[in-house]
Design a protein around this ligand. Structure first.
Ligand code: SAH
Ligand code: SF4
Length: 363
């Protein structure tokens, strides 16, 4: 297992976090410290494009200036605690945060996507999650805190840094906010991280190549439609009726299906984009009746359904359905004219279900 060197710079921990600052903000901080604005742009590039972990690496900035800035800005790299590699090429990382908490981050399908110059990273937005969905390992552990914008961009940066050791040209091209936590319960930090990751001076990841997955926080969906409809939207639907969804996704009791679908329509009208609806299939939900309910709900919408055979998590008792049941479910949707795909099994040998790695090693 690879390990990062221990934190080698001592920054004022109370300073603003460097990885969560936009280029303009760094320019302002430089001006406030009697430095030229363009120093801020240089620092931004080192941090966001080159993914450096220490001030010492910023070789075109004088030591005295670095010292000045490090008193105002905290550069807090994430600490690699564990890495698991799946046989299918998926890699999963457990990162430690400055306060000792830990989060998960997944590089999907590395080998296969390398050939296509496409690299997708799944990032966390909270430590734990307050929503508590029935099949989710993250929810089981409860909620600890929101991640900061710098801890969110930090996952992409650490991963880039690690991968560039073996492949100099490594570049993240897609980001999905589908790791631990509910992104819309941490709206500001998530949207700020997206803006930073989109910066042409940084990772330059296209807005349309980033997707937020939500358990159905309606105000968040509406806000996204207004603020940045370029960003992709995935909704964890999991059931076609309120009775069933109330049990699987407790968020449904607050924002029931009619409201949720209304907000999704608003988003797709504003963005012109399809909404991805995720449906985790268990032994109990993978039947024709549920499939018809989902089909009825989504008929006529700009939608795509992604079926995910549930990843078994010991404590939840949920079991995967048979292949026949999955095919049957997909068939009902196809017949109703709704595009559907079945997510291939990825990383099950390394406990890729959201929250499992942290549950085992991180607490
Ligand atoms: N909180 C957000 C994003 C993170 S969860 C959300 O719920 O959308 C990312 C996806 O993984 C969600 O669709 C979630 O329902 C799904 N998921 C969680 N645990 C799972 C499991 N054990 N098997 C399959 N999918 C799971
Ligand atoms: Fe939270 Fe998403 Fe897990 Fe539900 S599925 S508990 S919203 S992380």
């Amino acid at each position: 297992m690879e390990r990062h060197e221990p934190h080698s710079c001592n920054n004022a921990a109370e300073g603003r976090e460097l990885r969560g600052c936009k280029e303009e903000e760094l320019g302002e901080i430089c001006l406030a410290n009697d430095l030229a604005r363009f120093r801020g742009s240089q620092v931004f590039r080192w941090v966001q494009e080159r993914a450096v972990r220490t001030w010492a690496e910023m070789t075109n900035i004088r030591e005295a200036d670095r010292k000045l800035l490090s008193a105002a800005l905290a550069l807090q790299p994430l600490e690699l605690r564990r890495e698991q590699r799946s046989q299918d090429g998926t890699r999963k990382y457990l990162f430690g945060l400055a306060d000792g908490e830990s989060i998960e981050c997944v590089l999907m399908d590395y080998e296969r996507r390398r050939a296509r110059n496409r690299q997708t990273v799944c990032v966390s937005t909270q430590v734990g999650c307050p929503v508590g969905c029935a099949f989710c390992a993250t929810g089981l552990g409860g909620f600890r805190r929101n991640l900061t914008a710098g801890e969110i961009t930090g996952q992409v940066l650490e991963l880039t840094r690690l991968l560039r050791r073996e492949d100099e040209g490594f570049q993240v091209t897609n980001v999905v906010f589908m790791g631990m936590g509910e992104p819309f319960l941490n709206y500001e930090a998530v949207l700020k991280a997206i803006e930073i990751l989109n910066s042409p001076q940084g990772q330059n990841i296209g807005m349309r190549r980033m997707t937020i997955s939500t358990s159905g926080v309606v105000p968040g969906i509406r806000r996204l439609a207004r603020d940045n409809a370029q960003v992709g939207l995935a909704v964890s639907l999991h059931a076609g009726t309120d009775v069933m969804r109330d049990v699987l996704v407790p968020m449904n009791r607050r924002y029931p299906l009619a409201e949720l679908l209304g907000a999704c329509r608003e988003y797709s009208e504003t963005s012109g984009r399809r909404v991805t609806f995720e449906v985790a299939l268990t032994e109990k939900t993978a039947n024709k009746q549920e499939a018809s309910a989902v089909a009825k709900l989504l008929r006529g919408m700009l939608a795509h359904v992604n079926l995910i055979p549930v990843n078994p998590v010991a404590e939840t008792g949920m079991k995967r359905p048979t292949e026949e049941r999955i095919t049957e479910f997909a068939g009902v949707l196809t017949k109703a004219g709704i595009p559907v795909s079945v997510r291939e099994e990825r990383g099950t040998d390394i406990e890729a279900a959201c929250g499992q790695l942290r549950r085992r090693y991180g607490e």
